[in-house]
Design a protein around this ligand. Structure first.
Ligand code: AGP
Length: 614
């Protein structure tokens, strides 16, 4: 959840580290800190609150101009977000400074042992024990790399650790277990980061590491080893996006920029999927056609917005492929003893590729011999690395904590998977698959059409700044859209928002309806007569009880006009693909409402972009 940066090179480390933290602040933002190595001493500053607080403190009390440093933005797990709990943490002799992402599960036991030996703890964190243990190791005469290996062997839990030693100023050492860490490879300088955004303005050459590895960076190079000291190799790769993708580009929020990037992201995610023979090709699939033909059940696991993409996938896969699909919250999956066999395909959807719940769920599935396919936006992240196959979405970096283009591109990947399975299993004819692909390829244009009406949606959002509660209704593929619309509003506008399947209204939720309550209704296309008509009945029922109905319906659907207090039209698309266009106004609505309420849209309270702890 936290953001981590490490640097050694020729540039002023303070600037490199602070800039890196700025780009990682979306990962966690309740406190921030920096440590520099200055002529045999550690110089450190750390502050509760956003990075700006740390920057102000440094401006008031400047740090030395040195070239080795580490930094951290925190999302608190152990101890409240205060100055003393902010990272870096120092050993008692102030020889070591260390930052950490994750949870050290055996910290209480380690802390007890250290305290019994007279170490006084300066914080409430689990992290601080690692700083003391490292220092203990260094006092035995080993270097920081060996000290890190020795310490990590005794730690339990999930962690990325990055440390510096005041007596060894040209070396930064890091370790990872079940928590993200990438290396940036420069010329005469090297970097560490929770993700490549930390160093993208300096280098696009990166290296990913395996679990349980220690990496040492100096100006001259990078070396990798296991926790047992065995030399290892990281995998180098080129990052195919640049600094401009990590900037706001004139928008007030990353989220708004990312909403408007969706046509491009959709088009990129569809690129190169059709071969010259007209057949679908998913070249990162890595699962053979025979493996896929043997599949008799699919379980989709994911969290939050990715879970809602999975719900849409269920409708598409079951309809096009006739394979039963279960969709399960990753955090619940392992605890219900799911029935998994070698012919079960587990699909893990994760924008970040680092969500701890989803990662643990796929590990559980693989132990039961099921095949795992990841749908992921982050090259080199842990979930695709630990899966049997991967479909990468090509959304580019998503910085806003509230997922938008991540969701749309996940939908595309789900449709592609469904169509590919239909092709391999022969459950749809080639021309039917081709027709859906044509429709998918029209989606970027349709999303442009929806975005062109952003002002209309913004005006609607401004009309609702005084509402404390908003409901969302949908049916079929529109139901997950309703859930996603409600989640967006909860996350960034902090409003009570609930999504319901319209058919469930009468089973309870209709009791919530009172005079003036706004209800956003996702109306299915008319082609599905029953579905459409049932939705209209639901809308009539809530309107009769005083609700203000804000309806999203396809262009030309005049049947809805008498029942809509407000009508926002959507392009005409097939019912299964409608989530792609229907969710966009809901994203715009939440973004504008949160802006009007004066909230920090990109960094909403209590949340972090990538949830790397269970
Ligand atoms: C989306 O707006 C949320 N921030 C959150 O629900 C997110 O989708 C969830 O944590 C899963 O993340 P992942 O896709 O990176 O696994």
């Amino acid at each position: 959840m936290c953001g981590i940066v490490g640097y050694v090179g020729a540039k002023p480390a303070e600037a490199v580290v602070i800039e890196g933290l700025r780009r990682l602040e979306y990962r966690g933002y309740d406190s921030a800190g920096i440590a520099l190595v200055d002529g045999g001493a550690i110089v450190s500053d750390k502050r509760a609150g956003k990075l700006a607080n740390l920057e102000k403190a440094i401006a008031d009390s400047p740090l030395p101009q040195v070239t080795t440093g580490i930094g951290h933005t925190r999302w608190a797990t152990h101890g409240p977000p205060t100055d003393r709990n902010a990272h870096p943490h120092l050993g008692r002799a102030r020889r070591v400074a260390l930052v950490h992402n994750g949870i050290i599960e055996n910290f209480a036991e380690l802390r007890g042992r250290l305290e019994s030996e007279g170490v006084e703890m300066a914080s409430d964190t689990d992290t601080e024990v690692a700083a003391h243990l490292l220092e203990e190791q260094l006092e035995t005469g080993v270097d920081l790399t060996v000290a890190m290996q020795n310490v990590c062997r005794g730690l339990e839990g999930a962690f990325t650790l990055v440390a510096v030693d005041s007596q060894d100023p040209d070396r930064v050492v890091a370790a990872r277990r079940n928590s993200p860490l990438v290396v940036g490879i420069g010329e005469g300088e090297n970097f560490l980061g929770s993700d490549v955004a930390a160093f993208i303005e300096h280098t696009r050459e990166a290296m990913e590491l395996d679990q349980d590895q220690v990496v040492t960076i100096t100006r001259e190079g990078v070396s990798v080893s296991g926790f047992d000291g065995t030399p290892a190799e990281g995998r180098r790769y080129h990052v195919d996006w640049d600094l401009s993708a990590a900037e706001k580009d004139g928008h007030d929020w990353f989220m708004r920029k990312e909403i408007f990037e969706q046509p491009r992201a959709l088009a990129d995610s569809l690129l190169g999927r059709r071969g010259t023979d007209g057949l679908l090709q998913l070249d990162e699939m890595r699962l053979s056609d025979q493996d896929l033909r043997d599949i008799d059940k699919i379980i989709i696991i994911a969290a939050g917005t990715s879970f809602y993409a999975g719900m849409v996938a269920k409708y598409a896969i079951e309809h096009w492929c006739r394979i039963p699909v279960e969709v399960e919250l990753a955090s619940e999956f392992r605890y219900r003893d799911p029935i998994l066999t070698a012919s079960t395909l587990v699909v893990a959807i994760s924008q970040s590729g680092e969500t701890a719940d989803t990662l643990q769920a796929i590990r559980h599935a693989r132990v039961q011999r099921s095949k795992v396919l990841a749908i992921c936006n982050t090259n080199g992240s842990t979930i695709p690395r630990e899966s049997d196959g991967v479909i990468y979405t090509h959304a580019g970096p998503e910085i806003g904590v509230a997922s938008t283009k991540g969701f749309l591109t996940q939908l595309v990947a789900c449709y592609l998977l469904a169509l590919y399975l239909a092709q391999v299993k022969g459950t749809r004819f080639g021309d039917e698959i081709s027709q859906v692909m044509d429709q998918l390829e029209e989606m970027p244009g349709h999303v442009e059409t929806v975005l062109a009406k952003a002002e209309e949606v913004y005006a609607l959002a401004r009309d609702h700044v005084d509402n404390r509660s908003v409901l969302f209704l949908g049916r079929h593929a529109g139901y997950p859209v309703a859930l996603e619309g409600a989640l967006k509003l909860k996350e960034i506008a902090y409003l009570h928002a609930e999504g319901f399947a319209a058919g469930e209204l009468k089973h309870g939720p209709i009791a919530l309806v009172e005079e003036g309550l706004p209800i956003l209704c996702v109306v299915p296309p008319r082609g599905r007569d029953q579905l459409h008509d049932k939705m209209i009945s639901g809308i009539q029922e809530v309107r009769a009880r005083g609700a203000r109905t804000l309806c999203l319906a396809e262009e030309g659907d005049t049947t809805i006009t008498p029942y809509a207090d407000v009508l926002i039209t959507l392009p005409q698309v097939p019912v299964l693909l409608q989530p792609i266009v229907a969710v966009v106004p809901l994203q715009l609505f939440a973004c504008e409402l949160a802006t009007q309420l004066g909230h920090d849209v990109d960094q909403p309270r209590n949340l972090a972009k990538s949830v790397t702890v269970e």
